[in-house]
Structure formats: structure tokens, C-alpha cells
Design a protein around this ligand. Structure first.
Ligand code: GTP
Ligand code: MG
Length: 633
């Protein structure tokens, strides 16, 4: 069997042949699952089209000591390639990337439950002259649905090896690797591929049809369950209701399940902070560790259960195949504001983080549609906002049950997410009407069949956000917090100072200098100080507040209280509401702007993104602050 290895350095390049193999196939046929099975990688696998949007490399060695570089590619139905992600696949097949060598072998992945959708691409691939080996994947599902094929005949008709595989169970993988070892027996011919015109497409279809007729020993049935469930989930009224119910449960879960482990973590960090602080109240080092590191980083880490809860919901929606249905349901609504139906999945991914969301827009063909989607992606509530929302909601929104069953805090969180979506749609409408006029293309998206979520995959995908969250806490947040501690502690106050030491520090001075600018929207100087490093990573704002309040309280021997309680005393409700509003809209993330620059290849779009978000945030906070003051006082 193959030896899994992920990095170049693990492989001894001497004394071995080297082959470059590309995985090519229609979307959602299991290319990445096969890639992971062959190379031991952990690339994202999910049950909808357009999961992979860029090329990924992995490595393995065959029993004959051939070193293989395997390239996982975005799915495509044809080499004609329309959208940016599909173009990557075509460019790899035709060796358009200067920095890479040409492909020696194509591993064509064919969905055994849907041959007609897969074989046309195989016929095109055969035209390239590059040797092809076919993985007849999802053979388990095909069998289950009653399909039976004459594999040998398929192999002779297409004149290439065909290996039945089940990528998620790794079955057939050994045979596939054995075919790689027989590479020398395969013929390389000249490239005869031409961009297919209508007539050629018709010819291809005919050929596919006759191949299927010749090899199909028994015709299976499409999944009965999928058809039944679709009647429910795709129903124009009931379906929307179910979608809303699912999202509602997700936010309720954040404030019911997740708050329990969050409480444990909070207690742990509070005791740790108190313990460290008590070691030597006058030492700077102790203060740095207690108030800067433990209070700052701890205040963010306690939100891990929230991040995991939302991630779990999204992973389950992706893995079961529901996500593509949600895209269809939303298509009408999104079409109403001029958004492309394909914008749904990138926007939904932006709930985890705008960065993969913006990258996922590569599946959108039309540049204008893609730009609009990129511009509004940051308005979707990413997980980095969760700590800020949760903290402020816990501090200012009472724990109350409304309508007999709903948790009020969960409802407010739901409303914040909804605000992001609604304003995203409004902005899309404005952009589309004034800047990117154009016709709307219909959404063509193959609906995957429903599957029970794969436990291994769910755990694997859940570990990823947990890891990246903790990594952020341990790197960027930790380093920002150390800097913030210094800026909030020095210079030291003059000898007979009356106020807390932080008032005399750099952070205090800068915050107070900028405060007038933010006074109309109700922000005090502590918030202003928190917003600046919050640009590096949104959650940092929570850490900064924790440190500022820890330092402010350190002098007057106050009993250490949790940040939630401190905030309740320090801020008014209008201020809190204004800050929450700011977080819904403000461009508080440099990495998002950087990715927007990379994906659009210009500074123009991230600049527009920054300016419109800033204006929107200020304006909305102003409105909310004034309304709240008017009604609450
Ligand atoms: N039952 C079964 N499911 C499979 C098999 N291979 C993949 N899957 C599932 O099919 C779905 C799609 O798999 P991916 O590997 O993400 O497909 P892909 O071809 O990389 O998709 P894109 O990147 O979107 O083009 C996932 O839910 C997998 O778990 C298989 O052989 N049998
Ligand atoms: Mg993939």
C-alpha cells in the first residue's frame, strides 16, 4: 500500500521515479475524499459542490517506489471551464502554471451513482492525450441503489483502466495505486482537445448515452429518501420555515448548551488569574501574567464552546447534503436583490470566517456577481464576533424566556446574525443597482443525495476550527495582549496620582485623545482602545477590555469580578447596544481585506469594502445609540 506522507521533506527523492497525477472529476464526486485516502491529508470534504476551490498538493509512494505528487482540483463538468475555480483545473491539465511541471497521469473520478454527469468530462479528458485512470467512486452507494456495471467493458470502451472505489472507506485504493505502477503501459498521445461547441457537446452526450447503455447490467433507482426529504426541505413555504427553525436552534444552542462548559472555563481562568495575582501584588511580571496574559487570552478562550457549537451545526448541514437545499431555497430571495444563487454557499461559509467565504466565491463565473459577493461577505457574522456578541449579550440582555420557549439571549444573537444578512442583502442590492448592472444568471447546482453524517469526518472538521481558534489565542491574541499590557501599564502614574494608573498610560492617553470622535456613538475611551488592536483579530477587543478592567481594578483592591459584571457597572445599555451594532458592520479584520485584495487582484475593492463598512458601522451605531438613549432614559 501507499506510504502516506504530507510534506516534501519527508520524502527521499533519490532512487525513485516521480509522477505527477491530477484528480479530475465533476463537483462532489469524492476527489478530495480520495486525495485524503491516498495521501493521508485532511483537506475539507463535504457533501455539496464547490468545496475545493484551489489546487492542493499531496504525496505518496507506490509499492514500486514511484513517488507521486497528487494534485487535488476543483470539480468541473467540462474542460471548457467558466468560473475561476474551474479554470484552475483546466490550467493544471494543460500545464499553464509556469512554476509546475506537466501532469503525467489523470486520475478521473467518476460518480458511480451518476455516470451521465461524469462521463462527458472523461471523454474530454481522453482528448488531451494524457493517460487516464478512472476511479469509479461511490461504488458503495451505487450498489446500494441497485446499479450494476460491466466494469471491464467500460474499461475497454474508454480504453483505460477502471477501478471501483469507495473513497471514504478507502476501498479500491490499493488497486488504484497498482494502476499507477503500471503507468508505463499507458499510452501518451498528442493533445486533440478543442473547446466543445454545441454540436460536439451533443456528440459527447450521444457517446455517453451509448456507453452507459452498453455497460449498465442493472439500472438502479435514485435515492428514494432524497426525493422524499426534498419534497419537505425544498417546499417554498415549509422549507423556509424549516431553514429558519434550524438556524433558530443553532443560536439557542449557543446560549444553552455552550454556556455550561463556558462557565467551567470561566471559573478556571478566574481562579488562575486570582491565584497568580495574589503571588505578588506589586510585581510587574505578575501583573503582566495575571492581567495581560491570563485575563486577556483567557477571556477569549472561554468562548471555545460557542465556536464549537456553531461549527458543529454548520458541519452537519454540510455533511448531510442540506446545505445545497438551503442554497436553492435562498435563491429566490437572493435573486431579488440581484445576487447570484451560487453566492449562497460562499456567504454561508462566511459565518465561520469571511476568508474561506471570499475564496469560495471562485465558483461564481461572472466577475460582477463575484465582486458583489466578496464585498458583502464580511457582513455575515463570522465566529470571531461570537466572543464579542456573547460577552455583551450576557452582560446586558437578561436571562429570560420569551413566548414560553425561547431564550431571550439566543433570540438577540439570532437577530444580530439576521441583521448581518439583511444588510448584506441591502448592500448587494445597492451595489448591483448602481455599480454592477447586469443580467442574473440562473442557479445550476446539482443536488447531492442526503447522507448520514460521517462521524470521523465530523470530528475531523470540528477539530479544525477549534485548533485555529486556539492557535489565534496562543499567537496573535497573546502577542497583542502583551503589547497592550505594556501600553496600558506605562508610563507609570505620577507620585500623587489620584485616578487608576491606566489613565496615565499610553493606552489611556490615546483612548482619551480619540474618544471625542466616537462620543456621538456612545463609546468611551476603553472601547476606543479595544477597537484599535481589534483590527488584528476581532476577538482581541474582548481581551483588551478584560485587561483594561483588570488593570483599572487592580489599584482599588476591588474584588475581582467577571468581565460581564464589570461591564454592567461600567457601561450603559445604549453604549453596549451601540458597540454590538458597530461589530455587526465594522471592517474589524485586516486578514479579510488582505484576502479581498488577493482574490480581486486590486486595492480598489478592499478599499471600497473598508469605507462602506466603516460608514455603515458609524451610521448604524449612531442611530442605535440615539434611539436607545431616547427610549431607555
Ligand atoms: N458513500 C460514499 N460517499 C463518498 C465517497 N466518496 C466521497 N463521498 C462523500 O461525498 C461527498 C463529496 O466528497 P468530496 O471529496 O468533498 O468531493 P469533491 O469531488 O472533492 O467535491 P468538490 O471539491 O466540491 O468538487 C462527501 O460527503 C464525502 O463524504 C464514497 O466512495 N462513498
Ligand atoms: Mg474537493
Amino acid at each position: 500500500m501507499s506510504i502516506a506522507a504530507n510534506t516534501n521533506s519527508e520524502i527521499n527523492l533519490e532512487n525513485s521515479k516521480h509522477l505527477r497525477i491530477a484528480l479530475v472529476g465533476k463537483p462532489n464526486c469524492g476527489k478530495t475524499a480520495l486525495f485524503n485516502a491516498l495521501t493521508g491529508s485532511r483537506q475539507k470534504v463535504a457533501n455539496y459542490s464547490g468545496v475545493t476551490v484551489e489546487k492542493k498538493h499531496g504525496y505518496f509512494k507506490t509499492p514500486n517506489n514511484t513517488l507521486v505528487t497528487l494534485v487535488d482540483l476543483p470539480g468541473t463538468y467540462s474542460l471548457r471551464s467558466r468560473s475561476p475555480d474551474e479554470r484552475v483545473t483546466r490550467d493544471v491539465v494543460f500545464n499553464q502554471f509556469k512554476e509546475e511541471n506537466s501532469i503525467d497521469l489523470i486520475m478521473a473520478v467518476v460518480d458511480a451513482t451518476n455516470l451521465s454527469g461524469s462521463l462527458r468530462l472523461v471523454l474530454e479528458l481522453k482528448q488531451t492525450g494524457i493517460p487516464v485512470v478512472i476511479a469509479l467512486n461511490m461504488i458503495d452507494l451505487a450498489k446500494l441503489r441497485g446499479f450494476e456495471y460491466d466494469v471491464e467493458k467500460l474499461s475497454s470502451l474508454l480504453n483505460c483502466p477502471v477501478i471501483p472505489t469507495c473513497a471514504i472507506k478507502k476501498s479500491g485504493v490499493t488497486d488504484l495505486v497498482a494502476e499507477v505502477d503500471r503507468y508505463n503501459q499507458l499510452e501518451v498521445t498528442a493533445n486533440k482537445w478543442q473547446e466543445p461547441d454545441r454540436e460536439m457537446v451533443r456528440e459527447y452526450h450521444k457517446e455517453v448515452h451509448s456507453i452507459i447503455k452498453a455497460i449498465e447490467k442493472r439500472k438502479g433507482m435514485p435515492s428514494l429518501w432524497s426525493a422524499r426529504l426534498d419534497k419537505l426541505f425544498l417546499h417554498p413555504v415549509l422549507g423556509l420555515f424549516i431553514l429558519l427553525a434550524i438556524l433558530f436552534c443553532m443560536f439557542q444552542a449557543v446560549f444553552s448548551w455552550a454556556t455550561i462548559p463556558q462557565g467551567w472555563l470561566q471559573d478556571m481562568f478566574d481562579s488562575l488569574q486570582a491565584y497568580v495575582a495574589a503571588l505578588n501584588p506589586n510585581s510587574f511580571l505578575v501583573s503582566l501574567i495575571a492581567n495581560g496574559i491570563v485575563a486577556g487570552v483567557g477571556s477569549v478562550i472561554v468562548f471555545l464552546p460557542q465556536i464549537l457549537t456553531i461549527s458543529l451545526f454548520i458541519i452537519l448541514l454540510e455533511d448531510t447534503g442540506y446545505m445545497a437545499r438551503a442554497a436553492f431555497l435562498m435563491d429566490k430571495l437572493m435573486g431579488g436583490v440581484g445576487l447570484h444563487g451560487r453566492a449562497f454557499i460562499p456567504l454561508l461559509s462566511s459565518f465561520a470566517c469571511a476568508i474561506p467565504g471570499i475564496m469560495a466565491t471562485r465558483t461564481i463565473e461572472n466577475r460582477k456577481d463575484r465582486l458583489v459577493t466578496i464585498l458583502i461577505a464580511p457582513l455575515m457574522t463570522c465566529s470571531a464576533r461570537l466572543p464579542v456578541y456573547t460577552l455583551l449579550i450576557s452582560a446586558f440582555i437578561p436571562v429570560k424566556t420569551v413566548w414560553g420557549f425561547a431564550n431571550l439571549q439566543g433570540l438577540v444573537m439570532f437577530a444580530l446574525f439576521a441583521a448581518g444578512i439583511i444588510f448584506g442583502l441591502i448592500m448587494a442590492f445597492i451595489f448591483k443597482t448602481f455599480f454592477f448592472k447586469g443580467d442574473r444568471q440562473p442557479l445550476i447546482l446539482e443536488l447531492p443525495s442526503y447522507k448520514a453524517p460521517n462521524l470521523y469526518n465530523v470530528i475531523l472538521e470540528l477539530i479544525k476550527p477549534a485548533k485555529s481558534f486556539l492557535r489565534r489565542a496562543g499567537t496573535i491574541i497573546l502577542s497583542v495582549m502583551i503589547v497592550i499590557w505594556f501600553l496600558s501599564s506605562f508610563p507609570l502614574p505620577p507620585e500623587h496620582a489620584t485616578g487608576p494608573a491606566i489613565d496615565y498610560s499610553v493606552a489611556g492617553i490615546v483612548g482619551k485623545f480619540l474618544e471625542p470622535l466616537f462620543r456621538p456613538i456612545g463609546f468611551n475611551w476603553q472601547i476606543v482602545v479595544a477597537l484599535i488592536p481589534g483590527m488584528a483579530a476581532r476577538e482581541v477587543a474582548v481581551s483588551v477590555l478584560a485587561t483594561i478592567f483588570a488593570l483599572s481594578g487592580a489599584n482599588d483592591d476591588a474584588i475581582r469580578e467577571s468581565l460581564t459584571v464589570v461591564l454592567q457597572h461600567a457601561w450603559t445599555l445604549p453604549t453596549a447596544l451601540s458597540l454590538i451594532t458597530w461589530y455587526v458592520f465594522a471592517p474589524q479584520c485586516i486578514s479579510t481585506l488582505a484576502v479581498a485584495k488577493r482574490e480581486t487582484n486590486s486595492w480598489q475593492w478592499p478599499t471600497i469594502m473598508f469605507i462602506y463598512q466603516m460608514m455603515l458601522a458609524y451610521l448604524m451605531s449612531l442611530v442605535v445609540f440615539n434611539l436607545a438613549q431616547h427610549f431607555i432614559h
